[in-house]
Each structure stands twice: as C-alpha cells, then as structure tokens.
Design a protein around this ligand. Structure first.
Ligand code: AKG
Ligand code: FE2
Length: 325
C-alpha cells in the first residue's frame, strides 16, 4: 500500500518495502546537534577529584547528563586506545567477510538459544520486532557474562581475545568509576548499582554494521528504543555519525566523538526504574547514510529482573518531587 502511495507521489523506492518506515517515524533531513557532555571520568574517582575542584565540575556534568539526556561521552576511562582500535578493526573485518563465512556464526546455524536470547550473527534478538519494520543493520550478538554461558563456537577466533579484553577493561570502567559515581549522586554507597550486577547479571555484546543505504529518508538503521539495561557502553565509529537521541519529542544528532577513543554511555530502563525516575533512560535510534557504512560495538549490562525495582529510600527524596508531580 505504502509503495503504491509513494509511487503515485512520483518517488522511487529502491529499498525493500519491509524497511520503509511509516511517514511519522521517518528521520528529518536536518537534526540539531545534541550537547552531549564530554566527561573526564578519571576525575570522578579517587583523590584526583579533590585536587583542583575539576572533579566537582565533572560531577555536575554527570548529574546533568543522567537527569536529562540519559547519555554521556567519557574520556580517561581506562580502556586502552589500542584495545578500542583493535575491537573496531576486528568488528569491521568480520562484517566485510563473504556471507557464507559470516553464516558459520549464524543464530540459525546454531539453533540453540539461552534464556530467550539468540546469540550469533543475524537479527533475531530483538524479540518484539518480528512484525514491525526492519532495521537496516547486520549484527553479531554474544553473551559475555556469566562466562560459563559464553557460546565460544559463535565467537570468531579473530576477535575472541580482543572482545574479552575489551570487556574486562570496560567492566572496570563501569564497576569502579561509572556506577560508583552514579550511586554517590543519589546519596548511596559506591556499591549500590554494582551489587545489582553481581551474581546472575547478564552482559551482552552487540556488534552492529550499518551498510550504506540508498534511502536514508525512508529507512532507519535502528528504530527508536531504550535499552533494557542498567547502563550500555557504546563504542561508535569515529568517521560516520548516525546515532540520534530524543529529548522533549525532538531528535538530535549525536556527533562523532572529537576524541576517537571516547566511549558513549546510555542510561538504561533499569536505572530509570531503580532511581525512581531521577535518572532518565536514553531514547535513541540510528539513521542511515547514503554514502558511508558505519560500525558500533555496544555492551549491555543487564541485571536479573528481581534487582529491578524502585528504591524505597528514594521515595521521599526531594530530587524526585518534581518527577512525581
Ligand atoms: O549503533 C549504535 O550507535 C546504537 C546501537 C543501539 O542502540 C543498540 O544496539 O541498542
Ligand atoms: Fe540501543
């Protein structure tokens, strides 16, 4: 029906119908640039934070990011630049392989799924999506934690070691720097969020490859969503933008980081619930690009459902009064 309408309007559609978004969900040609704060996260932890007051400045930026945009960019995060570069190259190399090579790691080939998550190469893991418009993206989805649930036969040897190292360094950023700083902002002990991720928490990696798309005006790389996580850490392509965040019903472009080794952090749904709405989950999507392909690597920190509940201690907290009215 849509194709007929579009053809009647004299517009050529050269992408399959299943990818064409409803008119109200299509991206606009121009979007304002989101003022995503760049936070030196090293200044938020330990003795460095007190030396010259810059820790207070970074803390204020973190508070603003968590309470309004749900997204921040961090530097001085402890993940080595060579590890980021290697992860990025390994991811690009994988998606450039011929289809039959990639299919060796496919979700369908393995058939097995763990706790309803489809691991491997493909696009099945977005469970709610089956009947909706398709995303213009190829993905590799792998469970990283708990380690005994890794399906290593689905981890290409070319990036097995580097994905592990990337995860180890990144989880130190999350557990030692980010989550303690978030907890302190709410007046809790450093361990408040971290303890929700211990034990049976699930951590997943999603490598995404967005091929260039002839119709960025009609098609999205990933539709609007929030992540069902405490936080998501995202390594984005530093040559091609595409990520957008929504605030007050307006979509904003997230610029490529000026520091190529900066990492993006999303606040996930679980944090919004646990913080009683004090911290906002980021609503985001990815637009496509007619000329360039794009790669990203996301790491999702997912607690077990029992850990996700509004925190009683926050119910009378003044920070929340505005949110409840
Ligand atoms: O590729 C990106 O920049 C974002 C991907 C994303 O939002 C996701 O995988 O949940
Ligand atoms: Fe996401």
């Amino acid at each position: 029906m849509l194709l007929v309408q579009e053809n009647a309007a004299g517009v050529d559609i050269d992408v399959p119908e299943g990818y064409v978004m409803k008119p109200e969900d299509r991206p606009t040609a121009e979007a304002p640039v989101a003022p995503i704060p760049l936070i030196d996260i090293g200044l938020l932890s330990g003795e460095m934070s007190k030396a010259d007051g810059s820790g207070a400045e970074e803390t204020a930026k973190l508070r603003l990011a968590l309470e309004s945009w749900g997204i921040l960019m961090v530097t001085n995060h402890g993940v080595e630049p060579c590890v980021i570069d290697a992860m990025c190259s390994a991811s690009r190399e994988f998606f450039q392989r011929p289809l039959e090579e990639k299919m060796k790691y496919s979700q369908a080939a393995d058939g097995e799924k763990y706790e309803d998550y489809h691991q491997g190469y493909g696009s099945k893991e977005l469970k709610l999506e089956h009947k909706s418009t398709r995303d213009w993206v190829d993905r590799m989805f792998l469970q990283v934690e708990p380690q005994e649930h890794r399906q290593l036969q689905l981890w290409p040897e070319s990036f097995r070691d580097i994905l592990h190292e990337f995860f180890v360094q990144q989880s130190s950023l999350v557990n030692k720097r980010l989550l303690p700083a978030m907890a302190r902002l709410l007046g809790f002990d450093d361990d408040f969020f971290g303890e929700k991720l211990r034990g049976r928490a699930l951590i997943f990696a999603r490598l995404s490859h967005y091929p260039s798309c002839p119709r960025p005006d009609l098609v999205l790389g990933v539709k609007s969503h929030t992540d069902a996580t405490i936080v998501t850490v995202l390594m984005v392509d530093n040559n091609v933008s595409g990520l957008q965040v929504q605030k007050d019903d307006v979509w904003y472009d997230v610029p490529c980081p000026t520091d190529p080794h900066a990492l993006l952090i999303f606040v996930g749904d679980n944090t919004e619930v646990i913080s009683n709405g004090a911290f906002k989950a980021s609503v985001h999507r990815v637009v496509t690009n007619a000329q360039k392909e794009r790669t990203s690597v996301a790491m999702f920190y997912v607690p077990i459902p029992e850990e996700v509940a509004p925190t009683n201690d926050l119910v009378n907290d003044s920070i929340l009064d505005g949110a409840r009215k």
